[in-house]
Design a protein around this ligand. Structure first.
Ligand SMILES: C[S@@+](CC[C@H](N)C(=O)[O-])C[C@H]1O[C@@H](n2cnc3c(N)ncnc32)[C@H](O)[C@@H]1O
Length: 284
């Protein structure tokens, strides 16, 4: 079988299973299995696949048909222009989280203390994508990256090595802010915020494959964020900033929670590109 024939066959198989992205996914799978770029895929259509490559392609197609996210098959997720190793132990970085990274960097640029004294913490770091993106943009700053799961931190460590930031990003295992050795200037948190009743509405790509500890936020989706707010006072410096990613319909509850904890704080809610109120920025 040539790569041209393999591409057509893969596209047809995925399309017949109602994949909306059959065209893009078939290219990605084939490039991944053959270890080549898209340019090479199209410039060498007569390249003959080895029996091992055919077997591997079939295996990848089957995983796709079972609704496994393509990011897990390719072991690759993107955030803020960087690509990160991911596996099924970690949440796949989402485009809307770029806003969280941007807000953290903007705050750091406008902060009165010098960058080499600045400390940021990414809580619920997963693949480490937020912590590493921030570290790369602010090379003088120190970044803590916390997660409750050891397997997740193993992935974050691989990504820190990939981007040569192991000296700048300190990985800590534990519950929310508890492992932080001292107060920080910026807390960034994309914690689980899916409401219990929304779980069954999630597509199989998410609910069957992504770690539940990355998703489930309790009845109103805000259980973990509520715990974080309980711990924040002691772990944030005066004049610091707390950046939270939130979900659809959580604007009012988050404002009231934050006002209860920080009556003097300023809260701004920032929408994502889809117009969903996505980030709560609390300056103290
Ligand atoms: C939605 S994922 C976000 C991952 C990553 N920050 C990103 O944006 O791609 C939430 C992460 O929070 C972690 N987490 C959940 N509860 C936690 C807790 N109590 N303390 C620390 N991390 C927690 C999960 O293991 C998961 O990695």
């Amino acid at each position: 079988m040539t790569s041209r024939e393999a591409l057509i066959l893969t596209r047809q198989t995925l399309a017949s299973a109602n994949s909306d992205e059959a065209g893009i996914e078939s290219e990605l799978l084939l490039c991944h299995v053959l270890g080549i770029s898209k340019t090479k895929l199209y410039s060498e259509p007569q390249r003959v696949l080895t029996p091992t490559e055919i077997k591997e392609l079939q295996h990848s197609i089957n995983r796709c048909l079972l609704h496994e996210p393509i990011a897990y098959i390719l072991e690759h997720g993107d955030l803020y222009g960087h690509n990160f190793y991911v596996n099924h132990r970690v949440f796949i970085p989402r485009p809307e989280t770029e806003l969280l990274v941007k807000e953290a960097i903007d705050f750091a640029h406008h902060h009165t203390i010098s960058q080499n004294e600045l400390i940021l913490a990414d809580i619920g770091t997963g693949s480490g994508a937020i912590a590493i993106s921030v570290a790369l943009a602010l090379p003088q700053a120190k970044v803590y990256a916390v997660d409750i799961t050891a397997a997740t931190l193993h992935v974050a460590h691989i990504n820190c090595q990939r981007y040569h930031v192991t000296h700048q990003v300190t990985l800590l295992q534990g519950d929310l802010l508890e492992p932080l050795p001292k107060p920080v200037n910026v807390i960034i948190a994309n914690l689980p915020y899916v409401k219990n009743h929304e779980l069954r509405m999630l597509p199989p790509e998410i609910i069957d494959f992504e770690p539940s500890v990355a998703l489930i936020g309790g009845e109103d989706g805000l259980n973990v964020i509520r715990q974080l707010l309980n711990q924040t006072q002691e772990k944030i410096c005066p004049g610091g900033c707390l950046l939270l990613e939130i979900g659809y319909g959580q604007k009012e509850p988050i404002i009231s929670l934050v006002n209860g904890h920080f009556p003097q704080g300023n809260i701004a809610i920032i929408p994502d590109l889809a117009g969903i109120e996505r980030i709560a920025r609390i300056t103290l």
